[in-house]
Design a protein around this ligand. Structure first.
Ligand code: FJE
Ligand code: FE
Length: 293
């Protein structure tokens, strides 16, 4: 094996911090493993929250608002039906993605689509001060529209950004990469990441060696915060498949004021947002009498 292949990066990213996502209750009876947005890892600019969720009816995420950021929901098993206060409604199923820009305001419900257990990942990405109050927008990608490549035992689904020469059609207002990798036993991966972006891994299944070859394998439901650098290397030295998402984003470097599902830059903007929501103003107009069905 060539030296180049062992370390193709000038400044390889290493695992700087490892956080186990433990189960907690959220919404109405739903269970989430919160990786980002917990005391050990309150946020990782531009990311505000990462939940690995599991919902079984009647549990779900009934009517609630958002302002000032984007939510990305990626289904791993089953489906979630969303309904919002502007009459938009849809179901995303295994492998589908909903990239929702809450902007100035969305009120919606996110509920399991049918019996059984429904699983996925929800990521919250902050918007810059300049874009917090933009019109809400949805980008929905069906599983078959997500660029997928496979090479030497490595499969990638490019949900945002680019990998293995493939580009996602998703428009990211805050520049973001979101890659879903599966490595067969014995496979290795070397993925470039823009140098100054914050990046992390969430291990979904199996165990992998991240950063450099000599590291201890890391098991599922850990968040691995990567140091800065030009890329990350991963090895699957186990006898089972390894699945993880690699997520990176350009930091906004702006002040963050958060009150639950409202994320602004200052406390006075948060107080304004609470009033807007309460009085159904400035983007929350449709919320006056709306209830999900
Ligand atoms: C929310 C409580 C919540 N993680 N993962 C408070 F439960 C939520 C919320 C979610 C959520 C929804 C899905 Cl589909 C998946 C989630 C939290 O809806 F937004 C606040 N503020
Ligand atoms: Fe929501």
């Amino acid at each position: 094996m060539s030296v180049l292949h062992q370390c193709p990066f000038n400044s390889p990213r290493l695992v700087m911090n490892k956080v186990l996502s433990k189960s907690q209750h959220e919404g109405d009876g739903a269970v989430v493993r919160r990786g980002i947005g917990r005391s050990e890892l309150p946020r990782l600019d531009p990311f505000l929250m990462l939940d690995y969720f599991s919902v079984t009816p009647p549990a779900g995420f009934p009517d609630h608002p958002h302002r000032g950021f984007e939510t990305v929901t990626y289904m791993l098993q089953g489906g979630i039906t969303h309904q919002d206060f502007a009459g938009r409604k849809g179901t995303i199923r295994t492998g589908d993605v909903q990239w929702m820009t809450a902007g100035r305001g969305i009120v919606h419900s996110e509920m399991p689509a049918g019996a059984g257990t429904h699983k996925g990942i929800q990521l919250w990405i902050n918007l810059s001060a300049r874009e917090k109050m933009i019109e809400p927008n949805y980008q929905e990608l069906l599983s078959e529209d997500i660029p997928t490549a496979e090479e030497d035992g490595v499969e990638v689904k490019v949900i945002a950004g680019e990998s293995m020469g493939l580009h996602s059609p998703v428009y990211t207002r805050t520049p973001t990469m979101f890659l879903d990798f599966t490595l067969n036993p014995g496979a290795e991966l070397h993925q470039t990441i823009p140098h100054s972006w914050n990046a992390f891994v969430y291990v979904i299944d199996g165990e992998g060696v991240f950063g450099f070859q000599g590291c201890t394998p890391i098991t599922s439901h850990h968040v691995l915060v990567l140091s800065l650098g030009d890329g990350v290397s991963v090895w699957n030295k186990s006898s089972n498949a390894l699945r993880f998402v690699l997520i990176g984003g350009q930091p906004l470097n702006e002040p963050v004021a958060q009150y639950g599902p409202f994320v602004m830059n200052t406390q006075s903007e948060i107080e304004k947002t609470i009033q807007d929501y309460h009085y159904s103003k400035n983007g929350f107009e449709n919320g006056k009498s709306w209830r999900s069905q």
